[in-house]
Design a protein around this ligand. Structure first.
Ligand code: UDP
Ligand code: MG
Length: 325
């Protein structure tokens, strides 16, 4: 087999502080891999600007003019990490044999990219990068992430443990991925559903070199919540179960109070009443909220809006032919 054409897809949102370093690191590595004849000399790095508000796009644009390994894709607005990643994969898939996604902050060990490609050459179509150590993450992030994986597992969603969005996909896998036409693409849950021969490669995750995380607590929670509700109906079942339980409990109380009345002792405070009213009311609101969350998902899916809109694509059209940014 000829050397595979590799495209490295890098979603970027307000990453001006890290980009110069990322360019030099990734293109250094890719140059080396091309020279060592590991990958084809048509391999590229595609930086996807996810509607950044800082100078991310002009920086990518300038780099793509002087560095032939670098290409840029500018999205019309911010669509989030997962969709930006998909935009890059779908844009580059027809001109690539395999595609690797990596975060712009290079917290993931780029040397592992060579192992990814080696596994691809051995016939694997999906290669997961798995952190064997999370000591660079804060204690809080580590334990919440751990809790999340456990929770997902109990709800019947199989995630690759400690795998983020650092992975290799073959062209074929990306083509199949495109058929998962959900608006809410939680890639960590969907990629395992593609199937094909897959494997994992282990590495250590480093600290962010510069800039700050684009996943503050609020986003992390909504990411986790989306992950759960897009993949599992267990929460709704749980609500149903709680509802049934409280129904039987209240039946029991009704009988109990009734019997007390018959045996002449009706001196009961309203404490128990008021507590149960609030309790049941609360449970009902939670249940309605949860069901509403799923209905909201159905509503979103039914609209079939595009996941992203491309503004400038220098991967398929040389950047000089675009209007200036
Ligand atoms: N990112 C993006 N769009 C967003 C948020 C983040 O493209 O709306 C990119 C970001 O530039 C980075 C990657 O997604 O390359 C992961 O983000 P980050 O490093 O902030 O997340 P963390 O590593 O802290 O989980
Ligand atoms: Mg990061």
């Amino acid at each position: 087999m000829n050397q595979p054409i590799l495209t490295i897809v890098v979603p970027c949102y307000n990453e001006e502080e890290v980009l110069t370093y990322t360019f030099s690191q990734l293109s250094g590595l890719l140059k080396e891999m091309i020279n060592d004849k590991i990958v084809s000399n048509r391999s590229k790095i595609l930086f996807v600007d996810d509607g950044s508000k800082d100078h991310t796009w002009p920086i990518i644009y300038k780099e793509s003019l002087k560095n032939d390994l670098v290409r840029g894709l500018k999205l019309s607005r911010n669509v989030g990490h997962q969709n930006a990643l998909l935009a890059g994969l779908y844009t580059a898939k027809s001109a690539s044999d395999c595609l690797i996604s990596i975060d712009a902050d290079l917290q993931d060990d780029i040397e592992v990219i060579k192992d990814f490609v080696e596994k691809f050459s051995q016939g694997y179509e999906v290669v997961y990068g798995v952190r064997n150590d999370r000591s660079s993450d804060s204690f809080f992030k580590r334990s919440t992430a751990q809790g999340f994986y456990k929770l997902m597992k109990t709800m019947g969603v199989d995630l690759v443990y400690n795998h983020a969005d650092f992975r290799l996909l073959s062209k074929r896998a990306v083509e199949e991925l495109e058929r998962f036409d959900e608006v809410n693409m939680f890639l960590r849950g969907i990629v395992p559903l593609i199937g094909f021969k897959s494997t994992s490669v282990y590495y250590e995750r480093k600290e962010r070199t510069a800039g700050e995380t684009k996943y503050p607590l609020k986003k992390m929670l909504s990411f986790a919540f989306d992950g759960i509700t897009s993949f599992s109906v267990t929460p709704i079942r749980f609500v149903m179960f709680v509802g049934l339980t409280s129904f039987f409990v209240s039946m029991f109380f009704a009988l109990y109070f009734l019997s007390l009345k018959f045996f002449g002792n009706t001196e009961l405070g309203w404490t128990s009443l008021i507590t149960s009213i609030w309790l049941i009311g609360g449970l009902q609101l939670i249940a309605i909220g949860l069901v509403g969350e799923y209905i909201g998902k159905i509503y979103k899916e039914s609209k079939r809006r595009p996941k992203y809109i491309v503004d400038i694509d220098s991967f398929n059209l040389p950047i000089r032919e675009h209007r200036n940014p």
